[in-house]
Design a protein around this ligand. Sequence first.
Ligand SMILES: NC(=O)C[C@H](N)C(=O)O
Length: 641
Amino acid sequence: MSRASTITKDDFSDNHVNSYDTGDHETRMRRNKSVGQLPMENEGRVLVLYTGGTIGMTRNESGVLVPTANAFVKNLRKYPHMHDRKYAEERFGAMGPLVLPNTNIQNRRVIYNVLEYSPLRDSSNMTIDDWILIASDIEESYEYFDGFVVLHGTDTLSYTASALSFMLESLGKTVVITGSQLPIFDTRSDGLDNFLASLVIAASYNIPEVCVFFGTHLMRGNRTSKVSTASFEAFHSPNSPPLADAGIEIQVDYRAIFRPCTLEKFHVHTMLNRNVGLLRLFPSITCDLVKAFLQPPIEGVVLQSYGAGNMPSNRADIVEEFRKATDRGVIIVNITQCTEGGVSHIYETGKLLLEAGVTSGFDMTPEAALAKLSYVLSKTEWDTETKRSMMQTSIRGELTAGRPPTLQDWDLVDAVARSLHLSSPDELQELGSVLFPAMLNAAVVNHDVQKLESLKGYGADISQTNADRRTALHIACCEGDLRVVRYLLKMGANVHMQDRFGHTPLTDAIDNDRHDIIKLLLQCGAHLHGSARLIGDEMCIAAAAGNLTRICSFHIAGADLSQENVSRRTALHFAALHNHIPIIEFLLNNGADPNLTDMLGHTPSDLAELVGATNALKLLPARKLNLKQNSTGEITRGQGD
Ligand SMILES: NC(=O)C[C@H](N)C(=O)O
């Protein structure tokens, strides 16, 4: 499978963003006002990776469902509930991305691009190479989108979801995998609801996990299994409650979200070990079969034992084969054949396996255990003991080892609710969503990390937002206490959250010139986002004001110092115009282009010359004069080079 790209990189690159940035925005606002329309809305951008599956299939002459290349996007454009043509054409022109129509409930426009793979696959044909391709594509386009939707056949969807959950390391954005039981363009298809809900979730909710959406539930991907060939609720997450339920509103259980708590940026692990397999016990299984299964090159086996992890105690021959294999370094992970629950060692029959060096996989699904084994075995930096121990540790929320950590179960909220005589679950929920952000923010302002820790213990989600959609991390970046920022990041605070004004924590750190915090946020995967020209504008303002510290802040945050504003002027133009020598020196030393011309054809040195900024002129390269002789023999200077 490869990319049959129905979009090119330019479609989602910053250049594309530039084409509808500040200038266009302002013009649009004016135009919209003049025709009495609403101003431009809050938007979320999603990349859809369309790999195949029933969702996009059509019936051939014999009535058999087959994937059809290059038809999906064309069809989507025809359906008003999948594409708001009027809005899209006004905003992006005829060939722009797809746009969902607005709903009363969701006040965020969902803009989406579809990347179609070739050939489109029935998911039975998916391989490890396809997982690697999907993961690499997410990595390549990560900075340009708020979230990702993978359209996938249902048969092996849980394997892909599990594998991606491990391969996408330190994930900070939402990835939703979905598909359907009936083709999306069929009457009565579940595909439409699954796709729409996935798009809305990926665009609007920060759930930094690889999730599966099916029916009415958003589930942790590596906890799912396909359980039905016919039901619209085809996937279950037997050992972990849903992350969100999609009814009239989408109710997210933020406390259930597994957040990466590392100080590193998002990256993809693209190596997987293929010498792994699933072995299911059955009565009278022969020792020869087990022996053959465990032969090299096998390096990892997921053993599906009976009940709570049991093995026939009268089969010393098989246990001996397991012991020989684990002695050779093969990792054998014990999980249950039951759909629900996990392995424990309450029976003698289960203990036997432990003694033979078999590792407990607790309540992992077969799909998660196999994908995790393939991932863990490919980690060259881990020795065999570390690999065994990682198989028993939850690294993406894929297993529950022993008792789950106890939250103090909303005690705090309950106490306040009682004194306010609130009782319904909705009122409690609402109180929690008001109380926690306020208390988290107060703890940040007071630099009180202990309070932050205890609020987390009381069930506060560290990335919970206040009415302006600001998080504790936003406040901490304004406050400027590096220790608190590091603490929040280690507690899983998300660097990509955007407040009501589109500001991320990185924007706040820049606005407050907190250089150490900017560096830390970048280390954790933060990046500049939104309109490049708007960033150009802000750098021009800083240059005009002689604010070198702010220019440094943008530079550290990775801004292009040659970025133009709407009049195609750069920070260097303004520094030259206002004769700010240290800024000119800084910009030139850090690669700003001194030869760019503004809308009037002026370079920075032209502007310095015009205003008589002689010191600035000395630093700037002289412009190659474009001299022309007119018909009367007079020499004039042409516009531009
Ligand atoms: N519903 C589906 O998508 C099933 C299909 N055979 C697939 O897995 O690609």
